[in-house]
Structures are given as structure tokens and as C-alpha cells.
Design a protein around this ligand. Structure first.
Ligand SMILES: C[S@@+](CC[C@H](N)C(=O)[O-])C[C@H]1O[C@@H](n2cnc3c(N)ncnc32)[C@H](O)[C@@H]1O
Length: 240
């Protein structure tokens, strides 16, 4: 994703993803409430996988902390120590995230009207298709709008008639290759997270799906067909 906060940045072009985060708030609240009530942790490790850089990164964390703070006040408990891990690929604009941390913490304190004694925020660069955290170290792992990205282009799809993803002209072997890659990636993702979560920990994942039976349905592939058309146009304009 484009870093920074310019016109073309992800920070200024992620309204759709923000809407998805808002829609899934009730599920997030339920997961974190169940977790807190069941285990009453004094230290809470939370990870957002594929956090990117922009307002959405901070939205997930602040909402999650607010839910816990409300609960712990109702139960008359001390504020837990928060350990927040922000994960994305190595090329993500972590610098901009870190530069915004002071403002984020100040705004959060103002919104909640209370001091959080201990809130530590860490960058966790790397692929979520690998292990990211030590065994049994995470209480809540969250990921929104990121797991539709595969770990790599499947092998054997090189002669794909000018497409860059599945399309209505994709032969069945290409559909199968993407399907197999997705199964491999997702199983591996789950195995890694299973090792990283504490007993009773929660994992909440939101990703793009489709309503149609067709693998190349416009629900998920339209944007990639448009992009393939643009790329072909650009290539045709290159003067050799
Ligand atoms: C569309 S953005 C979503 C960002 C944010 N979660 C949101 O909802 O606005 C997808 C993010 O997933 C990241 N991503 C893709 N594959 C990844 C991987 N294997 N490991 C970690 N992050 C990945 C991308 O770099 C990108 O920042």
C-alpha cells in the first residue's frame, strides 16, 4: 500500500476498508469481551495483522482498548498492561505509524477520559504466512481485509491470456492453481496462529468473499480485470 498521507496514499484511500472495520465492530467487541471476562488478564497482548498505515490501523486498536477499559471499570479492576503488535510486510510504512503514536495515545486518553498506565506499541514486520510471535504469547489476533492476499502467485499460471488474476476467460487449471494456493496459505496461517495464541485466546479474521458460485465472479475479480486492461494498454503504448 502507498505510505504517507498524500493524495495517493492508502491512508487517504481506504474508506471501504474502514467501513468493513465498522461493520465487524460487534464481532470484535464480543470476542474481546469474552476473552477479558473469562481470563481477566493483567497483561493483554493484541496483534493486528496486515495493519497497513493510516487511520484504520489506529481505529482497530483504539476500539479494542476502549472495550476493555469500559469492562475493567465496570468490574472495578485495574487497567491491564496493553501490548499492541502492528504487523505488515517489510515494505509497509511503519515510520509514519510510529510518528503518529504520540497523537494516537493522546487522543485515546482524551476520548476515554482516563489514563492508561501502560500501553506499549510494537511494530512486527514480516509475512503473516510465517510465524510472527513466540509460542502462546498473544491473547487477541485480528486481521481485516488482508488475508485475500496470497503468499505468492501460484505456480503454473504463466500463460494466462493477459490476466493478472482469475477472470471469466481463465482456464480451469488456473482456477485450480489459485484454489490450491489459497488452501495451502490459509491452513499455514491458521497453524501459525494456533501456536501463537494463549489458551482461550481469540482470532478474528475478515476477508473478501463472494456470493456467486463462479470463482471469477465480479464480487471479487472486477477490479483485477480492470487493472489487467489498464496494464495491457500501457504496454501497448510502450515504443520499442
Ligand atoms: C487492504 S490493506 C488492509 C489494511 C487494514 N487492515 C485495513 O483494514 O485498512 C491489506 C494489507 O495487508 C498487507 N499484507 C498483504 N499480505 C501480507 C502478508 N503476507 N503479511 C502481512 N501483511 C500482508 C498489505 O501490505 C496491506 O497493508
Amino acid at each position: 500500500m502507498n505510505g504517507g498521507d498524500g493524495e495517493q496514499s492508502y491512508a487517504n484511500n481506504s474508506v471501504l476498508q474502514r467501513k468493513v472495520i465498522s461493520l465487524t465492530k460487534p464481532l470484535r467487541d464480543e470476542a474481546i469481551t469474552g476473552l477479558y471476562r473469562n481470563s481477566l488478564p493483567t497483561s493483554l497482548a493484541i496483534a493486528d495483522l496486515g495493519c497497513s498505515c493510516g487511520p484504520n490501523t489506529f481505529l482497530v486498536i483504539s476500539e479494542t482498548i476502549k472495550v476493555v477499559e469500559k469492562l475493567r471499570q465496570e468490574m472495578n479492576h485495574k487497567s491491564p498492561e496493553y501490548k499492541i503488535f502492528l504487523n505488515d510486510l517489510l515494505g509497509n510504512d511503519f515510520n509514519t505509524i510510529f510518528q503518529s503514536l504520540d497523537t494516537f495515545k493522546k487522543n485515546l486518553r482524551n476520548e476515554m477520559g482516563t489514563e492508561m498506565d501502560h500501553c506499549y506499541i510494537f511494530g512486527a514486520p514480516g509475512s503473516f504466512y510465517d510465524r510472527l510471535f513466540p509460542d502462546k504469547s498473544m491473547h487477541f489476533i485480528h486481521s481485516s481485509y488482508s488475508l485475500q492476499f496470497l503468499s505468492k502467485v501460484p505456480e503454473g499460471v504463466e500463460n494466462h491470456k493477459g490476466n493478472i488474476y482469475l477472470s471469466s476467460t481463465s482456464p480451469s487449471y488456473v482456477v485450480k492453481a489459485y484454489n490450491e494456493q489459497y488452501k495451502r496459505d490459509f491452513c499455514h496461517f491458521l497453524k501459525c496462529r494456533a501456536q501463537e495464541l494463549v489458551e482461550g485466546g481469540r482470532l478474528l479474521v475478515t476477508l473478501i468473499g463472494r456470493q456467486s458460485e463462479e470463482p471469477w465472479s465480479k464480487d471479487c475479480c472486477a477490479i483485477w480485470e480492470l487493472m489487467a486492461t489498464d496494464l495491457k494498454d500501457m504496454v501497448s503504448q510502450v515504443k520499442l
